[in-house]
Write a protein that binds this ligand. Structure first.
Ligand SMILES: [Zn+2]
Length: 135
């Protein structure tokens, strides 16, 4: 159905279209988000694109006050921290993304296991973004 190569570039082009996509190994069935061209589990290269429902739960998170330059440029700093999270999707894959719709200054109110839904698309400069927020 999709001819795009299984790369981060394709993954990001789907994000700008508001789609969270992964690749599923045709040999062992394992799912990867972002997609992988070769399955790290069985080394199979028969990948298929799979659309994610965009729902999952919080597996882990960190609130970051001093981030990389790109985040500082977006206005994040000690007074305006952000949260980086690992989300376990309903489909079983794990994905790293920004956590939004929560207060990064109150990490005690953020609970591992809380249900999340995806927010993706692009910002003004067409830069893809991927975030999750509470359902
Ligand atoms: Zn495999």
């Amino acid at each position: 159905m999709e001819n795009r190569s299984f790369s981060d570039i394709s993954f990001e082009s789907f994000l700008t279209e508001g789609k969270l996509m992964g690749s599923r190994c045709g040999q062992c069935g394992k799912l990867y988000v972002p997609p992988r061209p070769i399955c790290p589990g069985c080394h199979g290269s028969q990948m298929d694109w799979v659309a994610m429902s965009g729902k999952g739960k919080l597996a882990a998170f960190t609130c970051i006050a001093i981030g990389p330059a790109a985040m500082i440029a977006e206005g994040y700093n000690r007074d305006n921290p952000y949260c980086s999270a690992v989300i376990e999707l309903d489909e079983g894959a794990r994905v790293d993304a920004r956590l939004e719709g929560i207060d990064p200054k109150k990490p005690e109110e953020i609970g591992v296991g809380m249900p999340l839904k995806v927010k993706c698309g692009h910002r003004g400069d067409k830069k893809p973004y991927l975030a999750f927020e509470p359902q």
